[in-house]
Design a protein around this ligand. Structure first.
Ligand code: DNO
Length: 392
């Protein structure tokens, strides 16, 4: 009988400090964890011993680590600040060490300064659970009136600035503080938010960098590392921008199908691939993740499956995994078909989940509570099972 290729079901583990332990993750029924060495400062080489230690810890729980998320890219590589080639050399060394230890997929992103951004990390749903949300008005009010980014007004029309100023005045002090902290959360795996001074200083590093320039810098970086990855048998997986458009006036370059197309054309190496995140891509109305996957699925080396629901103001909320704007059934059908066609199992994680039940009182990384993700994984697993059986 022909072998069926199934998703490699994974959960993210932030390391020994993660309130969701490896034992908890093992109980979700997944076989793999996606992880990183968060204690190593961005840009430093990941030593073999540290990687091996992490692998061994994961093994004890009966799980496997094949996908790195993320091997972060130093800001100086993104902005090509003097001396950046040293950081690229470090990156290559880390790739060597990871390959030597048997890791297979390397996730990264090229979002300047901030990784993903949300204004709300505990948006209360009618059933009492909590979701992540991006409210464009709160975010713009942060940009204009809390961070007071120099030149921010130029990114909004005069009418918008007026409306946003009224909006800001009506925000309670408590709400302002809440939004302020959430937007500055920035880095995955850290619970220390950026300070406004740090962000303004980092933004300054990008003041002369256009979208085109940033694209060139990404291409340069990939032309350097993709051949190395290829030789080492590693797959690189770039995470799309989240949200998939410019924030804080920063250029963002992995937001649309055209961006993917440009990158794949500029760096055709097979090692140059995608972390296909339906949640990030789907937050933009002119993106159709199912069609994008039809076109670029062959380069999807890692999947983040989650859903978002947009509204007419451009705000979006993280919906239940099978609801929201992306048709998850259509998505899963494409994924299952591709896996059989290419005879490979693609690693997948449910990405975020709602905070619910016993997790409500606990402190967890936003989006990464145990039960909500477990629910997402269970639903996606059921969906995959069903799709496989419809096909046979
Ligand atoms: C958010 C995540 C991102 C992702 C990085 C990949 O929860 O999807 O932080 O891990 O952007 O580099």
């Amino acid at each position: 009988m022909e072998k069926k290729f199934r998703l490699q079901q994974s959960m993210r583990w932030y390391g020994p400090g993660d309130p969701v332990s490896l034992q908890d993750i093992a109980q979700s029924g997944c076989t793999h964890v996606v992880s990183a060495l968060h204690a190593i400062p961005v840009g430093e080489i990941w030593p073999v011993e540290a990687i091996q230690k992490h692998i061994d810890q994961i093994k004890v729980a009966g799980l496997e680590w094949t996908v790195v998320e993320s091997l972060p890219v130093h800001e100086d590589i993104k902005s090509q600040k003097e001396g950046f080639n040293t950081w690229i050399a470090n990156y290559k060394k880390s790739l060597h060490n990871l390959a030597q230890c048997g890791l297979q997929v390397i996730t990264y992103n090229f979002m300047p300064v901030l990784d993903w951004v949300r204004t709300d990390i505990s948006y209360r749903l009618p059933n009492g659970s909590e979701a992540l949300l991006f409210n464009r008005f709160d975010y713009a009010a942060f940009d204009l009136f809390m961070l007071r980014r120099p030149g921010a007004e130029k990114d909004y029309s005069p009418e918008e600035v007026k409306e946003l100023s009224d909006y800001f005045k009506k925000m309670s002090e408590e709400r302002k503080k809440y939004v302020f902290r959430n937007v500055l959360l920035g880095l995955p795996g850290s619970d220390v938010p950026f300070t406004p001074e740090q962000v303004l200083k980092l933004l300054d590093q990008y003041k002369d960098i256009s979208r085109d320039q940033l694209k060139q810098n990404l291409i340069y970086f990939l032309q350097e590392i993709a051949p190395v990855a290829e030789e080492l048998g590693l797959q690189l997986a770039i995470h799309p921008d989240d949200p998939p458009y410019s924030v804080l006036g920063l250029p963002r370059i992995m937001s649309t199908e055209q961006d993917i197309q440009n990158l794949m054309t500029a760096v055709p190496n097979k090692a140059n691939g995608l972390c296909f995140c339906t949640g990030s891509l789907g937050a933009r109305p002119d993106n159709d993740p199912v069609n994008m996957f039809k076109k670029w699925g062959s380069r999807a080396y890692f999947l983040h499956l989650r859903n978002t629901k947009r509204d007419e103001n451009g705000h979006f909320m993280e919906a239940n995994h099978l609801e929201g704007d992306t048709d998850m059934f259509a998505m899963m059908s494409e994924i299952v078909a591709l896996m059989q066609q290419e005879q490979r199992a693609i690693p997948m994680r449910p990405d975020h989940g709602h905070k619910m039940l016993d997790d409500l009182g606990k402190t967890t990384y936003p989006g990464y509570s145990a039960i909500g993700r477990l629910k997402g994984l269970a639903e996606l697993r059921g969906l995959e099972y069903a799709v496989h059986n419809i096909k046979s």
